[in-house]
Every structure is written in structure tokens, then in C-alpha cells.
Design a protein around this ligand. Sequence first.
Ligand code: C2E
Ligand code: CA
Ligand code: CA
Ligand code: CA
Length: 282
Amino acid sequence: SKEKSRNRFSVYHEDMDRETKEVLTIEMELRKAIERQELSIHYQPKVDVKRNKAAGAEALLRWNNQHFGEVPPSVFIPIAEETGLIIPIGEWVLHQVCRDLTTLDQYGFADFSIAVNVSAVQFSQDRFVESFRSILFEENMSARRIELELTESTVMPDARMAVQRLTQLKTSGFKLSIDDFGTGYSSFSYLKRFPIDYLKIDRSFIKMMDQYDEDSSIVEAIITMAHRLRLKVVAEGVENKRQLELLKKESCEIVQGYYYSKPVPLSAFIDFLFMEWPDESK
Ligand code: C2E
Ligand code: CA
Ligand code: CA
Ligand code: CA
């Protein structure tokens, strides 16, 4: 009836309002997050499987808001991207990572590199390369210590522009990786044109390795083709020994995941680096 549909309509509208308000509130709070020092970075080790040793880490953003508490990246990153706030936030991340690399140097980890996530909104700015280069200059940090993680959906839509921009980054010394590989419109023929160093196999494929045999063959095929293209392979989301053993067998170079460590604050990451590891080769 008419009455019923009107009710439904108003309910629908209230829901939209509530959702819109929530997004607006998060946006307002996010605008103040940097100055209020609510943002921080957690580090997750990237382990070189051959040397059985951490080779670096991925920087993952955390937001502890005074009203909402911990807001997960899956909630605030999309809002930061829609509002453009990801640009100042991404610059803050790079500054902080440079300072943390300097701290790591003081502990004797001067050969370490740290991976920073870059979203499409950041990468498509005309001044992106210049902005990242000038931050490194300001912080007196070498670009060789920074790895940039970009997803396929960031580089694929405008591949010509991407090749050009990636080349500028590469020439500046940054290491480059394709993140979440396999989830987007992956095309090995395109990959060949990108001056990248690493392929990061998406967590979903690593998870499937536990369950079905054919899914470990997908991982094997990705690793084989990546090596043909002279790319090193990073596996993300490694949670157990079985996955690790399979990846080792396929000569995957770097693994990352809860099996070794969750993302943790810098001080806990440094503790992790000083921890005695069992020698798995024995
Ligand atoms: P991502 O770049 O794919 O990061 C990997 C995510 O997987 C992280 O989630 C990490 O905590 C989680 N993870 C790592 N190992 C395991 C594992 O063994 N098992 C499981 N189940 N999960 C694992 P997180 O920290 O919630 O970040 C989510 C996403 O938010 C990131 O996905 C990235 O796209 C984005 N993000 C995080 N920090 C930044 C940043 O500084 N800048 C930008 N632009 N995006 C960021
Ligand atoms: Ca990443
Ligand atoms: Ca990823
Ligand atoms: Ca992801």
C-alpha cells in the first residue's frame, strides 16, 4: 500500500542520513588526526626466507581517535581517499617512516628498507614524485631505503602515465612493488612494461594454499612467471608453517604474515629484530 511504501522510503532515508553523518564525523575527526597526534605506524616484518632474517618491514597506518578509539584502516582509508585527506596523511607517513629508519640505523639496521603503501589518489597527483622526493631530502634519507607498494588498480587504468611516473620514482632510487597481485586485472604482458622490483602475491591466494591443491599451483605459476620477469616475490598473509614450506620450495624470496609477527609499534619491532630465531635449515 501507499502507507507501507512511504514508511519504507523514510526508513531508507534515515539510514542514509545516519551513514552520511557517520562518514562526515569520521572525516571531521580525521582532519584533526595529524595535529592531535592520533596517527601512528605499526611495522610488520618482511622476512628473507633464504637468510632466515628480517630484511625490512611494511608500514601500516593506525588511528586511535579520542572519541571512537581504534578505527580500522578498512574504514578510514577509503574516507581519506574520497576526501583527499590521504595526501597529507600519506606525506605524514613518509616523514615518520624516515625518522623510524634513522632510529633503526642507530640499532645497527642500516641495510633495512621499509615499504609504504601508496593509494591511487596519491599516485595520480601531478606533484606526487616531487613531493615524495622532497620529503626524503628534508629527512636526509636515501630513497633506496623506501619501497612503494602500489596495487594493480592504481597502475593499470592509465598504464602510460603509470610507466612514466614509476620510471621517475625508480630513477630517484625508490624500490617498487605491485601489491595484492592477482586480485585486479593482472596482466603479465603489462607488468613487463613497469619498472618494478617486487610482486606481492595477495593474501587470498596464500590462504587458499591450505585448502586446495590447485590453489598452490596458482601460487606456483605466479612465482614462476614473476621470476621469468626478474621480479622478486613477496608472499603476504603467511600464517602457518605449511604455507611457509610450500613457498620456500617454490623459491619465494620474502614472506610476511602473522606466522612471524603481526604489525607492531616500532619498539616491539626492534625487539623482534633482536630475538633469537630457530635455525629452520637444521
Ligand atoms: P595491505 O597493504 O594489503 O596490507 C596488508 C594487510 O594485511 C594489513 O591490514 C595487515 O595487518 C594484514 N595482515 C598481514 N599479515 C596478515 C596475516 O598473516 N593474516 C591476516 N589475516 N592479515 C594479515 P591493515 O593493517 O588492516 O591494513 C589494511 C589496508 O589499509 C592495507 O592493505 C592498505 O591497503 C591500507 N593501508 C594501511 N596503511 C596505509 C597507509 O599508510 N597508506 C595507504 N594509502 N594505505 C594504507
Ligand atoms: Ca601493502
Ligand atoms: Ca597487500
Ligand atoms: Ca590489500
